[in-house]
Each structure stands twice: as structure tokens, then as C-alpha cells.
Design a protein around this ligand. Sequence first.
Ligand SMILES: [Zn+2]
Length: 291
Amino acid sequence: MKEKVHFMEFDQSFDGSNALSVDVEDYFQVWALQDYIDRDRWDSLECRIERNLHRILQLFDDANARATFFWLGWAAERFPGLVREVVERGHEIASHGYSHVHVYEQSQEEFRRDVSKTKALLEDISGTAVVGYRAASYSINGSNLWALDTLAQTGHRYSSSIYPIRHDHYGMREAPRFAFRYGESGLVEIPITTVEFFGWRFPCGGGGYFRLLPYRFSKHCLMKVNETDRKPAVFYFHPWEIDPNQPRVDGIDFRTRFRHYVSLDRFESKLVHLAGDFRWDTMASVYAGIL
Ligand SMILES: [Zn+2]
């Protein structure tokens, strides 16, 4: 018999702050390009993280926005000073795993080692407690919810690793749309924001959708979440999305090219509007009442 999955949703209502997040990885580490760039080439490629993060930090300062930065351990090891600068400028450090391996490609033991190592590394570099985790490419779904228990056992307090939509490579449509506690370990999962129109659920928490659609539509969706659902929104993006001049990867198929490069030139101006139109805080602050 199939075990019943236990999700406990919170009665938490919206107090005016939304959660902003940045997944700190570079253009050559994203899922869409992984078939084209071997991991052993990462060290030889031009890294744009430092340049892009400085732009993002300035933009956040200008809008008085605070955010959670989910760092790859790989990136933090290369830019320890930048990790500390992010902390000094008032933001939260969280974990994106060490090297962007999907959770569904790891055994439970490999996952435990990966998240333990990355948490310790980030705490050592940042001098702050690391309690949040986000899986590479939202790779926690109905098939590997054990990962949430492992996160609790390794000292994490929340995960933001489930996109509660149906997508060709990720997503868990049956998960709740808003923060919930999972199973006996009690880890809090904070899904990326979706919006519902006439019972249909759509992603509105970042990614290619935000780049592709007009900003006013994204704004409308996020406001609907705040005003109709009375819940905070969780928005995410990557440093490479504000970088239209990033080195182009040759030989990729049309679909991948479209997904990665669509509307990069308009992203930064949209982000400026987004940062100014809503109040943004770290995941740990927005969800402090339930963590
Ligand atoms: Zn990622």
C-alpha cells in the first residue's frame, strides 16, 4: 500500500514582506547546459559570479531589499570574500549543495554527505549559521521526499526545493503551494511561488517565465498572491540572468538556447522594478515565525 504523504500547512498570513533569493552559480553550471559542459572544465571557464553579484548587491542596496543567497559550495570556495561581503551587507547565506548534482541522481548517503559538507563549509567561510537549503533545479519531488528528513537530521531548518507545478524536468504538482511542515522530522519546505487562475496553477516565482513575460504580468501575479492568498511570495533568480554579455556556449540545440538566453537583456531593468515595487527580506526573516 502506498504510504500517505503528510504535509502540514501553516496558518501564516502575509505581513508585508516577501522572500527574495539568489541561487549563486554561474552560467556553465545550470541544468540546461550540463550536457554541453563537463564538470572538469568548470575551473577553466571564465567565471562571472563576482562581477554579477556586485551588481546585484548594489541593486538590492538601492531598493533597501534583503535576500537569501543560496551558494554552491564550489562557488563559495572560490569567492570566500564575496560570501562574507554578502553577510556584511545584511543578507542571509544558505546552501545550494556543493556542485549542483540533482537530488534524484544521489543516493541518500551521497546526499547526506553533500549537504553536511556544504553547510559546514559555508558556516566556516561566512561565520553565520546556515539553516536553509535549495536543491539544484528543484530536484526534490514525490520520489525523494526522504531528502527533507535528511536535511532536518543534518541541522537544516528549512528547504526551498519544491516547485509545486508540473514541468518537463522538475516540479511536484501535488505539493502545497505555500510553506508546509513535512513528516516526522518536521522540516519546513517553502515552495517557489505559484499563482492560481480559475483553478489552474502557474509559476510566478522567477526563472524563464519572468524573463519571457511582461513585467506588469509578473507584478500582477505576485500582488494576487499577497492580496488574495494573503501569503508572502518567494522569488528566485541567478547571477547569470543579469549578464547578457556572458560567454556564449557553442553547439547547443535551439530549445536549450532559447531557455537560457531568452530576454537576458531585459532582466536587469525588470529586477529593478521588482525590487522597488515590493518589500523584500531574507527567507529566514520572512518565515521566522514558523522556523
Ligand atoms: Zn541552481
